[in-house]
Design a protein around this ligand. Structure first.
Ligand code: ZN
Length: 403
């Protein structure tokens, strides 16, 4: 790193790490963000943000699963005129982080090895607080800034999805902090469509009269085999379009197995899967492929009178894909900030959805930056402190750069 170019960023590194340790120690698994939101509000007030500038939206009233609070939205008035910027991250962690006990180990923060850590995305949470604190403490010139802390990112990007963009004050771009290395700029991500199929067959004694039954399990199995044969399973490439798909659940009612005895032709099966692609229309085509495959499988399995199973296929868009233009202002701003830090940027396209997918859909071009997450969603999760520090500097630079 070029020391000269970063010497004028007044970052209190130990103070920034203290914030991160504090936020990592507050439990807040997805849907249960009240305590971490309170800790963030407390820290912001201590940093000099007036209580009146901190509020919750009502996104949680629209999220279809129980969620303690809305998204936390903070308004930092500009100390110079200019288009409003937004910084975002998510408050929640994956359930594997419950009970995490963060400890510092050299240049890392680790868990005790029995839980994940929650650096995804508490590195972002801490970065946004450090940003506000640094801007205020050192009276750095910056345009108006919105800080957005979303809920329920890990369980389906719900907070960002249910956000009312009108509540954000009209930011022209957003810097989302939910990545690994400071050098990695995420400029796009796939979209996803989910599918499920319910198969109602007919029970019959498997030894006495198997021909009088219609096996729902067999219909499901043949459907999957057909999807594989026709090229819609796993990695999917058709011409110049590509995507992925998976079968996640193959069972019965309410999480039980499909069938519970070997001597009965199974009369019910439930399957659930997904499809992803940089083009939502292609994710839809993949799901079309599954629908056709199960229709074909249905016709192949009949009882002695030619009856077939009842097959109900349902689909639901999960999140839209996005890709920032190469000359998007937010990409240029991030690139310039990294160059000032002496870091060579790499531009990534994510195979998973981010809050950025919904923010971009809301008309706010959103780049996602990294601040030290590593081995996320596993008990080996840790935070790389040098990357966290770089991420904090990147955030401060992006907030204060001249246009
Ligand atoms: Zn995350």
């Amino acid at each position: 790193m070029d020391v000269m170019s970063t010497a004028n960023i007044p970052l209190d590194v130990e103070g920034a790490i203290d914030h991160l340790m504090n936020f990592l120690s507050v439990e807040g698994v997805t849907g249960e963000e009240a305590a971490i939101a309170a800790a963030v509000s407390e820290a912001l007030k201590k940093a000099g943000v007036p209580a009146s500038a901190i509020r919750f939206d009502d996104a949680n009233t629209r999220i279809p699963v129980p969620t303690q609070t809305g998204n936390l939205i903070v308004d930092l008035p500009g100390t110079k005129p200019g288009p409003r910027l937004m910084f975002s991250t998510h408050l929640d962690t994956v359930p594997l982080c419950a009970g995490a006990k963060p400890k510092r180990e050299g240049d890392r923060i680790v868990s005790d090895g029995t839980t994940a850590l929650g650096g995804d995305a508490r590195t972002g949470v801490a970065l946004l607080v450090v940003l506000a604190e640094t801007l205020i403490k050192h009276k750095l010139p910056h345009p108006p800034i919105t800080l957005l802390f979303t809920v329920r990112e890990e369980s389906g990007l719900h907070g960002a999805r249910e956000l009312n963009p009108a509540e954000l004050g009209g930011p022209v771009m957003c810097i989302n902090v939910d990545g690994q290395l400071a050098s990695e700029l995420i400029i796009g991500a796939v979209g996803q469509e989910n599918w499920e199929v319910e198969i109602k067959g007919k029970a019959s004694h498997a030894g006495v009269a198997p021909d009088k039954g219609i096996s729902a399990t067999l219909v499901g199995a043949l459907g999957l085999a057909e999807a594989k044969r026709t090229g819609w399973f796993g990695k999917v490439v058709k011409g110049d379009e590509f995507g992925t798909s998976n079968i996640g659940i193959f069972g019965g009612k309410n999480g039980k197995p499909a069938g519970d005895a070997t001597n009965v032709v199974t009369d019910y099966a439930f399957l659930k899967g997904e499809a992803r692609s940089p083009e939502l229309s292609f994710a839809t085509k993949i799901v079309d492929g599954y629908e056709a495959a199960f229709a074909k499988a249905k016709a192949e399995v009949t009882d002695h009178e030619g009856e077939t199973a009842e097959v109900t296929f349902r689909r639901a868009a999960a999140y839209p894909p996005f890709k920032l233009a190469d000359d998007a202002k937010v990409v240029k701003r991030a690139t310039k900030a990294l160059e000032l830090l002496g870091i060579k940027p790499t531009y990534l396209f994510s195979n998973g959805g981010l809050d950025a997918n919904w923010l971009d859909r809301a008309g706010i071009p959103t780049i996602t930056i990294g601040a030290g997450q590593a081995e996320i969603h596993t008990i080996k999760e840790f935070v790389k402190l040098d990357e966290y520090e770089k991420g904090c500097r990147l955030g401060i630079l992006m907030a204060t750069l001249e246009d």
